[in-house]
Design a protein around this ligand. Structure first.
Ligand SMILES: Cc1ncc(COP(=O)(O)O)c(C=O)c1O
Length: 486
């Protein structure tokens, strides 16, 4: 620390492990043990010692036990049921670019991309360097002084976003961005209703869940927000009908919310012109258009934002996932100065302690730099076209099991004849060292969503392994019909 600054600050006693253990902790008899374990775990975090085989086995054992005993119990059971028994112990350890390595040193080609987080690859050196430098100076905000990075990133995004989307607010998760967008739309329009789409995925907090188009996540939490109406995704006639009906019934609709390409639903691309017509309809009915680009943004589909394919500017856009460069959690919702005016009187109508913190903003600034410098949207478009061509050849080779190949840029979905086949393909790829994304709770569609700067060599490698897997699964399916995955 700067010497002058240090002398101005009152000396602090250095933090040390207390000699007498506080007895006010909730489980005082366990405090010594917790302290001992925290030291052991910090040693692992700081890689203070080189791991020998015993250490590795110890970590694997503890990870499994801890997930089972302390973390969201069903999670490990679910993993156990969808992963081959031997693979449950694949403990994530490190990664670089498009390669992930487990603790035993097994390497995987990352074609899952953290469900859209790793557009720039894992541990991009420029993004890591920016975050490390900021970490050394000021990791989180004072909450009172102005943080320059928040302004820098807001400016870059304001310049990058289409049309007059200029104002923004930072939070940490995609669902937070959607919550903010819904609130802003209600505030501005003074209307309550929303139209969303079947199959749409917008996050799992209550507001986002209310506009989510999947029963499995919605039903356990009913009743959700009122006045939410659903239409079939990509079906413009259904949207026109619904709008006419709601208008005739006098329902107050604040906004339509949807993804320009549905990610979780399995890379579902709407027909050409869908977004343009939606924009017209919104203007006609005086309704806002919210585009959830949490997964499609930051170059994923071949443009910085997927809405640019149709030259459409929404009234509110939601960003997340790759916005933090695959290093920090960061999300945003953006809108126009005209709409944002409703927040001017009380900008604290929406707030977040960690949203837009300096570490996240450093990552966001570096992510934008890398995206533009490496022309990631262009890479996504070119590599996406290359992959689609090769995947369509595989579709022609294995039409009995691989039913459809679709997508845009490097957001690609492979749809199988049923989820059991999809599961076998995902498991076969895993065994061969390729990670792909089975959509949550359903493997019928597998998503291929790699880093946008993945090499052609790795893509070819993945395609060879996919060919092998499909050959094997097709043969097994002919020999004996698919057995349901547990
Ligand atoms: C389009 C879209 N919106 C919102 C979300 C929710 O993001 P998060 O899990 O960061 O809250 C997701 C997550 O997959 C998403 O794909």
């Amino acid at each position: 620390m700067d010497e002058k600054l240090q002398t101005q600050i009152e000396p602090h006693t250095q933090a040390v492990i207390p000699e007498s253990i506080p007895t006010t902790a909730p489980k005082p008899h366990k405090t010594v043990e917790i302290l001992r374990k925290s030291v052991e775990y910090l040693d692992v975090v700081s890689a203070g010692k080189k791991l020998d085989p015993d250490d590795k086995n110890h970590i694997i054992k503890h990870t499994l036990e801890n997930f089972d005993d302390y973390f969201n119990k069903g999670f490990l059971q679910y993993r156990k049921s969808v992963a081959e028994a031997e693979d449950i112990a694949a403990i994530e350890w490190t990664g670089q670019g498009s390669i992930i390595e487990d603790i035993m040193g097994r390497k995987f080609i990352d074609c899952l991309g953290g469900f859209g987080v790793y557009n720039m690859g894992i541990r991009h050196p420029k993004i890591i360097a920016a975050v490390k430098a900021q970490l050394e100076r000021m990791p989180l905000s004072s909450q009172e002084l102005l943080d320059p990075l928040r302004g820098f990133l807001a400016e870059l995004l304001g310049e990058l976003a289409p049309g007059d989307l200029q104002e923004c607010f930072f939070i940490s998760n995609g669902t937070d961005a959607v919550e903010g967008a819904l609130k802003l739309a209600r505030l501005y329009t003074k209307k309550t209703g929303f139209i969303s789409t079947t199959g749409g995925f917008h996050g799992k907090s209550m507001g986002s869940l209310s506009v989510m188009g999947r029963a499995v996540y919605r039903k356990p939490f009913h009743p959700l927000l009122p006045d939410i109406f659903f239409v079939d995704y990509g079906d413009i006639k259904d949207m026109e009908r619904e709008l006419r009906k709601l208008h005739d019934l006098g329902e107050d609709i604040a906004a339509i919310i949807l993804e320009p390409v549905q990610g979780e639903a399995g890379a579902v691309v709407p027909p050409e012109g869908y977004l343009r017509r939606l924009r017209q309809l919104c203007d006609e009915y005086g309704i806002l258009l919210i585009l959830d680009e949490v997964q499609t943004g930051m170059g994923r589909t071949g443009r910085v934002f997927a809405c640019e394919h149709e030259g459409v500017t929404p009234d509110i856009i939601c960003l997340g996932k790759a916005l933090g460069g695959g290093v920090m959690p960061l999300s945003a919702f953006m809108s126009t100065p005209k709409i944002w005016k409703v927040l001017e009187d009380n900008p604290f109508l929406h707030s977040s302690t960690f949203g837009g913190n300096p570490l996240a903003c450093a990552a966001g600034i570096a992510a934008i730099n890398v995206m533009l410098e490496e022309e990631l949207p262009k890479q996504a478009a070119e590599k996406g076209a290359y992959l689609m061509k090769r995947l369509r050849s595989l579709h022609a080779l294995y039409p009995e099991i691989l039913k459809e190949v679709r997508g845009k840029g490097l957001l690609i979905g492979l749809e199988f004849s049923d989820r059991f086949i999809g599961y076998r393909v995902a498991a076969g790829l895993f065994k061969r060292g390729v990670l792909v994304a089975g959509t949550l709770l359903s493997a019928r569609t597998i998503r291929i969503e790699p880093a946008l700067n993945i090499s052609y060599e790795l893509l070819d490698n993945m395609l060879d392994k996919l060919n092998d897997t499909l050959k094997q699964v097709e043969k097994e399916t002919k020999d004996k019909p698919a057995k349901p995955a547990p």
